[in-house]
Design a protein around this ligand. Structure first.
Ligand code: V47
Ligand code: SF4
Length: 368
């Protein structure tokens, strides 16, 4: 039985005004979010998030056919949570040539993918002209495929290397075939946390400015939040507040993806990982707080297929895609699925068996 408004209002009296806001579709404040996080039971939080989720997306749950291309794991940064990056010449470093990338993409196109997600390390010697060439080659080899490419951190570095402004760099990439921007590199915006976990990385203001400029140019994007390490709950809420404010301005974010910190093989391993209950509480809070971002993605290669199914009842409405065993970021950091791949039949069954209605989508969340 689905919870009704009456069920939801029979809660801790201190939470009734916040619950009433959520049920009436009224935006909650940062203070409300903190109260919900600290005082609401998992069931209560989930029920509230579910109301928001169903208001926005009904019983639908989305998936797509996609593949990741990771051109290189060579990176000039050393984020302390990263299990993936290597310095040039270090054991385990890789870099594919443009020809190899095109070949890898073409192989996937035969499997019916609709999107290529390109993300990798911040290579010390590659500027935006190189990445524009990459997009031109992929666009030519795979016409009609949506190219979702380069986190704001990669973009920041490639524009600076070529001494171009954000708008100039994005224009070059857009002309080369860029369709949208993935949500990576956001981590946690708060300076005092960012300076401890990824001190060299593009700061919050620049990350937001890159997405703002992209949205103004008609390039949609996603946003992420890396949670479950040394951040506090107010840091998560502050992170979401900055995204919600930008979304009010531009309406350019398609989806928000909470990324659970996975602790294997990186300098922060001793921090450990948060529990599955915490993951669900976090999905729920994100769904309730980010009332203007249409989709919440439960990215299954990171949390596992079963958790992703559960998340569909705690605010999430999208599982991401078939992946085709093409990403290493999470397997190297200890995710359960060491060779992440799912068929459309499997994704569809995962959704149906969790009680939702599967919809294959394109990168703009239109049914395919
Ligand atoms: O920014 C790195 C994260 C991100 C770890 O836009 C880690 O559709 C957990 O942004 N534990 C890159 N997370 C991936 C990314 C993404 C993924 C899926 C979909 C989309 C989208 C974007 O991966 C990085 C960082 O936040 N990350 N290491 C780790 N140990
Ligand atoms: Fe480089 Fe990204 Fe890893 Fe940071 S998270 S070290 S920017 S690959």
């Amino acid at each position: 039985m689905k919870p009704t408004s009456a069920h939801l209002l029979s809660c801790d009296p201190a939470l009734r005004p916040v619950a009433a806001k959520v049920l009436d579709g009224v935006r909650i404040s940062a203070e409300d979010a903190l109260a919900l996080y600290h005082k609401a039971s998992l069931g209560f939080l989930g029920s509230l998030a579910n109301q928001v989720r169903e208001r926005l997306n009904g019983d639908l749950a989305y998936y797509n056919r996609n593949v990741h291309l990771e051109p290189t794991n060579i990176c000039e940064h050393r984020c302390r949570f990263c299990s993936y990056s290597r310095k040039m010449g270090e054991a385990g470093a890789w870099e594919y040539s443009l020809g190899e990338l095109v070949h890898m993409a073409q192989e996937q196109v035969t499997k019916g993918i609709t999107e290529i997600h390109i993300v990798g390390g911040v290579h010390p010697r590659r500027d935006v002209h190189y990445y524009a060439q990459m997009l031109v080659a992929l666009r030519k080899a795979c016409p009609g495929i949506h190219l979702k490419a380069f986190s704001a951190v990669e973009l920041d570095a490639m524009f600076r290397k070529a001494s171009l402004s954000i708008a100039e760099g994005l224009r070059l990439l857009q002309e080369a075939g860029l369709d949208s921007i993935p949500g990576g590199g956001a981590e946690i915006f708060a300076d005092n946390i960012r300076s401890q976990i990824c001190p060299e990385k593009t700061n919050a203001a620049r990350w937001l400015e890159i997405h703002r400029t992209a949205h103004q140019m008609g390039i949609g994007s996603n946003a992420t939040m890396l949670y479950g390490h040394i951040e506090l709950i107010p840091d998560r809420i502050d992170h979401m507040q900055r995204l919600r404010d930008l979304q009010d301005e531009t309406r350019g974010f398609n989806a928000f993806i909470p990324l659970k910190y996975r602790s294997a093989n990186n300098p922060m391993s001793a921090t450990g990982e948060v529990s599955p209950v915490e993951d669900l509480r976090n999905y729920a809070l994100c769904r309730i707080f980010l009332d203007n971002i249409p989709h919440i993605k439960a990215y299954w290669p990171m949390i596992g297929k079963q958790m992703a199914q559960l998340a569909l009842w705690f605010g999430a409405d999208d599982l991401d895609g078939t992946i085709e065993d093409s990403t290493r970021i999470y397997s190297l950091a200890g995710a359960e699925d060491q060779s992440p791949a799912a068929t459309v039949e499997e994704l569809s069954l995962m959704i149906r068996s969790s009680g939702r209605i599967p919809v294959e989508r394109n990168s703009l969340y239109q049914p395919v």
